[in-house]
Design a protein around this ligand. Structure first.
Ligand code: GLU
Length: 464
């Protein structure tokens, strides 16, 4: 019996947090950071995380923005336990507004200007005090607020009233939100008292600022989550980065996955001062997460980007899983985000992995040399050394070991330049050992043969 009662009680989560966005525009990292902190705080307390769409502003709220919020949370991997839409809760607001009116805690006020009537809260004109988890004790004298408006009519509550009533009825225990809401808290606490609702615990997060310390905005670095998704960022990187906007673990560790955040996050360690949004840091964190992505995921994403590019179509590339897997180390080294793969393609820096290089014989010539005879001689040596290398030793280290002493003796430039150029056909590319390893023995030797043919042909034509 007792344990039955306990079970009943324990089913009610002790901590209930919510993310309460207004779908009146695309939300940015400053907004989603609230979702991250609320979610993580709920999870680390075995609590519940609620999504509440605050769409009472029927003119500015748009379905498209709500969809974007749902998509973004799903992408970030922040599932909610319950979802509500304020636009569907009109009856509830009406019931409680009528009750406040009946109790004399609110009154219908005839306005002199604009609307004929509004519902005003009867302000008891007192001091309210709360302990913010981040900012400590905060006290306000509410007298100056006067009898503030809480609804335009019983069916049209305004923000303060809807927020307070919903938090109450949804059992929200911790209100985690941006610092810009601190000034709303006194009004909301007065409404709570009038409703007989317990005050939730507040945690007001520092603002997220652009690099020039202005408020993060469309003009200053504020991008939607789906923008980052489409630009090839990893959701785990955004999550990680947003968690560091105003919080750090107090150790050197900067890379966290969601599980790690749930373990390490401490809401009382959130800083008070504004947090600067730093795109460079985000890219760095993204790269760190890219290094941890599974081969399967990486290949799927990279293959899709390379395979669907114009360049692949124009040059008829055969973009296989195997080919992408082979160049994965090079890609991971050269990109911060998957989007950077598009840049590499555009710069023609992936051409030599999927197409035969196209170049003139003269390019094989190391600077200062009179003709192609040195290139030819060294390529012949390199070819012989490589072809003597057994297939099972075809890896970067073994290839380098087979060529390096010769290059040291003959000169690195004169040996390695034509070797590398034969493989890539480009002024700039990864080193020839790593290229050879990626291409495989057959392709590497074939490209060297092509280069040798070009040398022979050029020498006969004497056009070098
Ligand atoms: N809907 C409000 C906003 O988007 C949040 C309200 C709250 O967190 O209390 O800013």
């Amino acid at each position: 019996m007792i344990s039955g009662i306990r079970a009943l009680f324990s089913r009610k989560p002790k901590v209930v947090t919510r993310f309460a966005p207004s779908p009146t525009g695309y939300l940015h990292a400053g907004n989603y950071r609230t979702a991250v902190f609320s979610y993580v705080y709920a999870r680390q307390n075995s609590g519940k995380f609620i999504l509440r769409i605050e769409d009472t502003d029927t003119i500015r709220s748009k379905k498209e923005y709500e969809d974007n919020i749902l998509e973004s949370l799903a992408w970030l991997g922040l599932p909610y336990d319950e979802i509500y839409r304020q636009s569907q809760r009109g009856e509830t607001y009406k019931t409680y507004l009528e009750k406040l009116l009946a109790d004399g805690k609110a009154f219908v006020s005839k306005e002199e200007t604009g609307r004929a009537e509004v519902i005003r809260f009867r302000n008891p004109n007192k001091k309210v005090k709360f302990r913010d988890l981040i900012r400590g004790d905060i006290e306000f004298d509410t007298t100056e607020l006067g009898d503030f408006v809480i609804a335009k009519s019983v069916t049209e509550p305004i923000f303060h009233f809807a927020v307070v009533l919903d938090d109450y009825l949804m059992g929200v225990t911790h209100v985690v939100r941006g610092e810009d809401h601190i000034s709303n808290t006194p009004r909301q606490m007065l409404i709570q008292e009038a409703l007989g609702a317990p005050a939730p615990i507040y945690a007001h997060l520092p603002l997220v600022l652009a690099h020039d310390r202005s408020k993060l905005s469309k003009r200053h670095g504020a991008q939607s989550m789906t923008h980052y998704r489409d630009a090839g960022y990893l959701p785990e990187a955004l999550l990680n980065y947003m968690a560091l906007l105003g919080w750090n673990p107090g150790t050197e560790q900067e890379i966290f996955d969601l599980g790690g955040l749930v373990k390490a996050f401490d809401i009382s360690k959130v800083q008070k001062g504004g947090a600067i949004f730093n795109e460079e840091k985000l890219r760095w964190i993204n790269k760190e997460h890219l290094k941890r992505v599974s081969k399967t995921d990486f290949v799927r994403e990279a293959k899709a980007r390379i395979g669907s590019s114009d360049r692949a179509r124009d040059l008829g590339w055969n973009v296989t899983d195997d080919a992408v897997l082979r160049i994965m180390p090079i890609l991971v080294e050269r990109i911060d985000t998957y989007g950077d793969i598009d840049k590499l393609i555009f710069a023609q820096d992936l051409d030599y992995f999927f197409s035969e290089p196209v170049y003139d014989a003269v390019s094989l010539k190391w600077k200062g040399e009179p003709d192609l005879s040195s290139a030819k001689k060294h390529l012949e040596h390199v070819r012989a050394a490589l072809s003597a290398l057994p297939d099972k030793k075809w890896n970067e280290e073994a290839i380098k070991a087979a060529i390096w002493p010769y290059a040291e003796k003959e000169g690195r430039g004169p040996v390695l330049w034509p070797f590398r150029f034969a493989l890539s056909g480009k002024e700039k590319s990864p080193n020839p050992f790593s290229l050879s390893a990626i291409f495989g023995k057959e392709t590497a030797l074939k490209r060297i043969d092509e280069a040798l043919k070009k040398c022979a042909h050029a020498n006969t034509n004497q056009n070098v």
